[in-house]
Design a protein around this ligand. Structure first.
Ligand code: 5GP
Ligand code: ZN
Length: 114
């Protein structure tokens, strides 16, 4: 999608610190980290929110979640773990309308979030 910042990162039109990539998934560092490790995991396909998911997107979303485990293992998080969270629309504070998961890790995380 033309004006989507994450689509621009997928197309390498704007820079990002990419840590993992495959045919359907891109993982890069959040520009404003909220924890020592703060990654964004996105489908390369432009899907604005969960409400836009189509039946054929199930495999892509599954791949995003599997990428979380791959990246976490590679980053040495297999023992301590991580949090995967996705903000959907206004009340959750979604700012970028290209579906994504935040991976937060590297410190004990409070629950529930604010
Ligand atoms: P949301 O509130 O939509 O769940 O979170 C969007 C996230 O994207 C925020 O944590 C924000 O810091 C991050 N972000 C926004 N623009 C950019 C960008 O251009 N590059 C990177 N790496 N992260 C971004
Ligand atoms: Zn997009």
């Amino acid at each position: 999608m033309q004006d989507c910042i994450f689509c621009k990162i997928v197309k390498k039109e704007i820079p990002a610190e990419i840590v993992y990539e495959n045919d359907h998934v891109l993982v890069f560092k959040d520009v404003k980290p909220a924890s020592p490790i703060h990654l964004l995991l996105i489908p390369k396909k432009h899907i604005p929110t969960f409400f836009d998911l189509q039946p054929e997107d199930s495999q892509i979303i599954g791949e995003v979640q599997r990428a979380a485990a791959t990246v976490a293992r590679d980053m040495g998080l297999a023992e301590k773990g991580f949090r995967l969270v996705s903000n959907c629309m206004e009340d959750a504070g979604q700012l970028v309308f290209h579906m994504h998961y935040h991976m937060l890790a590297g410190r004990p995380l409070q629950w529930p979030p604010g």
